[in-house]
Design a binder for this molecule. Sequence first.
Ligand code: ZN
Ligand code: ZN
Length: 744
Amino acid sequence: MNMSIVRVALDVPLSTLFDYTVDEGVAVAPGQRVIVPFGRRQMVGVVMECAAATDVSPERIKPVMQVLHDSAPLTPGVLDLLRFCSDYYRYPIGQTVLSALPARMRSDKPVISKPILSYRLTVSGAALDLDTFPKRKVVQRRILARLAEQPCNLAQLKALSATVGTQLKTLEQEGWVEHYEAPPSPILSHHGERGLAVEHIFDNAHTLTSEQQFAVDAVTQASGYACFLLHGITGSGKTEVYVHLMHDALQRGGQVLLLVPEINLTPQLENYFRSRFPVVNLISLHSGLSEGERLHNWQQAQLGAAQIVLGTRLAVFAEMPRLALIIVDEEHDSSFKQQDGLRYSARDVAIFRASQRGVPVVLGSATPSLESYHNAQGGRYQMLKLTGRALAEARLPTVRCININQTLMYHGISENLLREIGLRIERREQSLIFINRRGYAPVLMCSGCGWLSGCKHCAGKMVLHLKDQRLRCHHCGYQIRVPHACPSCGNADLHPVGSGTQRVESVLRERFPDARILRVDRDSTRNKRAWQTMREQIHANEVDILVGTQMLAKGHDFPALTLVGVLNPDSALYSSDFRAAEKLFAQLVQVAGRAGRADKPGEVLIQTAFPDHPLFRALQTHDFEGWAASQLAERQMAGFPPFVYQVMLRAEGKQESEVYRYLNDARMAAVALGHSMDPAGSVEILGVVPAALPRRANHLRAQLLIQSANRRVMQQFLRAWQPALDGSTTPKLRCSLDVDPMEF
Ligand SMILES: [Zn+2]
Ligand SMILES: [Zn+2]
């Protein structure tokens, strides 16, 4: 019998494809999922190519067991994208390809996607007179009004209210609404098929400012690939620009991919964009979805039925046959970089994907990453600026520093700040106290011998959580009860040093016993609904003082908030991570942007020992340009990104000697290779050093940094270096290569 050969990507840590035979006559194409035998197991793989011949001997090659037809094959475009990622990030091809798929498509069970239900009015429902419908049944009225316009699926209706599910049931019981299995959503083209007038696909509620209009025009007039950096101050209306760009792409029959950094923000954004595009099929892709939902949404994107795909970094790999525009919101955010497995930057992959597909990509931020900013200045990206706030009366907050060495402090909070908080409470306005450490205090100390509450498994300290009387390690999760006496000298006088959210909360409760105080951090929002409830409380002005971590800094609009206090930002100023100051600046701009977004002017007070530091000066004058210029000059002098490309080899293991032997061997191989690179010395190999946290969960950690001013040379070097790395690792070590690392 005649056979053909297929090369299959499998989820195994080897940088190779595996050859199998397929009977002649069995249709199989690249991108198709197959079940194949592998060792004693059977695995799901993806056919990457069909071949005429193989190097595997005829008696060893095995046949494909089954070709899966339950989902359309991946397109050549996405396969190329994944090949590029595997090569660029030095991650095994099979693991790269399989990790891009929803979990259901990685299992060998058939993929069954649940049909989506749509809702419409029944005859008696259509006959209802809404003017006489009970006014207090607000949600039911809204649903009926909406369905009177056209049938909707549940996701579209959910934008109306959180209680839509139960209200729909009632309406169905009354016999006014019925559900049915919807055919795939209509695909809108510029002909406005199915009678949907294109003007109606978007709620054009706002007039654009001239800056916004300029940005919209620049992108919509681009033909083919172009990368835009949309640099807009907080409150300048970047989202409105996105909405208009999306509308333009949808009108031309395209699909839009919108990437956002934070899974916490997606439900809000989802509702917002649904309200602006009421009849458009919008789906989300993020790790918070159930496996079934994720599969369903992924397939909607793949079929072209989803017109807008809103997702976190993993969505960058979603199949989108009519992709016409990519937007990366908050492009500077480090959560676009995956920190394990395939260590990709979704922003960078998005740019590659846009160029591959010949479509525009827009990177938006109030504080662009220095990489993107540098690219825009050099002309590789086109800079678009929004310098005014969208609401003319909304002014930027005033920023002041409080010198903690020259002012009266009350348990870590200055009297000035406390006074301002008191004024806000009188005026029924909200204050936000921002501190980037959860727990009560970062460390417990013995006043007798200086003992500190170190974690016995890590090089870090255990954080005091007073509420449940525990010391907890935020690195490895190890926890113990708070000791009654010093474990080292027996002294009973142990006291907390420094502040965390819990301590700030209790200090404020003491000072403002009648104020309504809400703490928002990872501990208080562990429960999925908790954060949602808290947001509603804040919006309803049922909170006077918010105490929170960076969770609160991102993207939330709290109209009554007029004061932001920042406690202890100084450690970032002398951090060993060269990006720490850049991250702090972005974070403070974001958190400052929470103050005074409506018609009330906002004020930001920063407690610092270095009030004259250029970072705070730039914040006070809202001078991103000046700040970025000084940072870039420093980076250039020091030879840091974006002027060089970096790769970090990390290793960790229980035996220090093994960790260092591996890294030193790798370094020797690198040095030898470096001499042979052209031009010689174009790759710089640094020394093997301990990681910033040298011990975590009883594993010793060390790293080796490599850099080059030339990306292409760096890629050549890595390809040549890889075999030496693969050859010398042992099962006892955890090693990883991180291309363009974000953490040091
Ligand atoms: Zn002691
Ligand atoms: Zn620990």
